[in-house]
Design a protein around this ligand. Structure first.
Ligand SMILES: [Zn+2]
Length: 381
């Protein structure tokens, strides 16, 4: 099918109910409504839809498949149903369009991606759909790092040959072939308070230990390899004349190479095992973690297929490696060939300026559909 059958107005009508509904990660009732809408669509195609329950703090996950009895999948598609916007957002900011763009909470991140995945699938020729074992996983908590749905996504990815993530293409149209890993920590230091004048020798300064961490770990910053760390927040102490018994910091680590991160983790554990000041107590909490995903041989083949597919429809495919994480990190780090950015073009995510580029919707939908068709050619059961 070529682009001329794409009806933008119809598409936007279908998109609107997905936007005009508060469905931030911690608004499970709203995410659940998105799940209802998407379930209905896939069920109308004759697909089987099952719900996955994680935690009452977040909505359900949804797995839609054309082969309910399959032990493995050729293609896993991923899209998230949550946004970063809190309850009450839609009342003051709902979907609008002008000649070029659509605006609204989650319009690019990633309701249009969810819809493009569905549309691409529903427009597959029947023989192609029959040949492929496809599953679509829609999760409720990507915006908080998929802390509840991550294991589920990884389980399904391990049974899949390829993973395609429907996050928006970059503002310049690029797809995403790599994403940096990240680890975020809260570190707390407990020492012992003492009068700084009368008996400073009886104190154990939590701030001194914290300073030791900062000077030691900052030496590991490497802008060339992209392994970087940042102490973004520090606090501690009560008064100038008191040896501080408490200090805390937030440490953010980014990396392209998962081995680099493993080394850093070791250094951190060494700091805990061998403190500068004896008697200090350190509590380390890893609050977020995503491994880096970078192309392997399988994903390079997948990239070549996507480039060729684009070429055949006159669409120049470019690639970006980006600093921010997505669910592609989880599946890509398992070694399952993963490509992200297969949604329409959008930008200014997580802000009130979030936008979706209207004339990218049809072509990106066709691209995804044709990629599925071309993948079916390469797969023999
Ligand atoms: Zn997203």
């Amino acid at each position: 099918m070529s682009d001329h059958t794409f009806n933008l107005e119809q598409y936007l009508e279908e998109l609107k109910p997905l936007i005009n509904l508060d469905c931030g990660t911690y608004t499970p009732a709203g995410v659940s409504k998105v799940a209802d809408i998407m379930s209905e669509k896939y069920q109308a195609l004759g697909w089987q839809v099952s719900r996955e329950l994680f935690d009452e703090k977040v909505g359900p996950g949804l797995l839609a498949t054309n082969k309910p009895d399959a032990q493995a999948y050729d293609i896993m598609l991923i899209g998230h149903m949550d946004t970063v916007f809190p309850e009450g957002t839609v009342a003051e900011w709902s979907m609008t369009t002008d000649g070029e763009k659509a605006y609204g909470p989650g319009v690019a991140d990633m309701k249009s991606g969810l819809l493009n995945i569905f549309r691409a699938i529903s427009e597959l020729p029947k023989d192609v759909a029959d040949r492929l074992n496809i599953c679509v996983c829609m999760n409720p908590d990507e915006e908080i790092g998929s802390i509840y749905s991550g294991e589920w996504l990884k389980r399904v990815a391990q049974k899949s040959r390829y993973v395609l993530v429907g996050e928006a293409a970059r503002a310049d149209g690029s797809l995403v072939k790599a994403r940096k890993g990240l680890a975020a920590y809260k570190v707390e230091f407990k020492g012992k308070a003492a009068h700084a004048g009368n008996e400073p020798e009886k104190g154990i300064s939590a701030i001194t230990e914290l300073a030791h961490w900062i000077t030691t770990l900052n030496k590991e910053n490497n802008f060339a390899t992209g392994t970087t760390l940042n102490f973004g927040v520090v606090s501690g102490g009560t008064a100038g004349n008191v040896v501080p018994d408490y200090a805390s910091t937030e440490l953010d680590i980014r990396f392209w190479n998962n081995d680099d991160y493993a080394l850093l983790e070791e250094k951190i554990n060494q700091l805990i095992a061998n403190p500068l000041l004896s008697g200090i107590e350190v509590q380390l909490t890893r609050e977020a973690y995503k491994p880096a995903f970078t192309p392997n041989e399988g994903s390079e083949q997948l990239m070549a297929l996507i480039e060729k597919t684009g070429q055949d429809m006159g669409l120049d495919i470019t690639w970006q490696a980006v600093g921010g994480g997505s669910d592609a990190n989880l599946t890509g780090a398992l070694g399952v060939p993963t490509i992200d950015g297969l949604g329409p073009i959008g930008g200014a995510m997580h802000s009130r300026d979030e936008f979706l580029v209207l004339d990218s919707i049809g072509p990106r939908l066709t691209l995804l559909r044709n990629v599925l068709i071309n993948l079916a050619e390469t797969i023999n059961h």
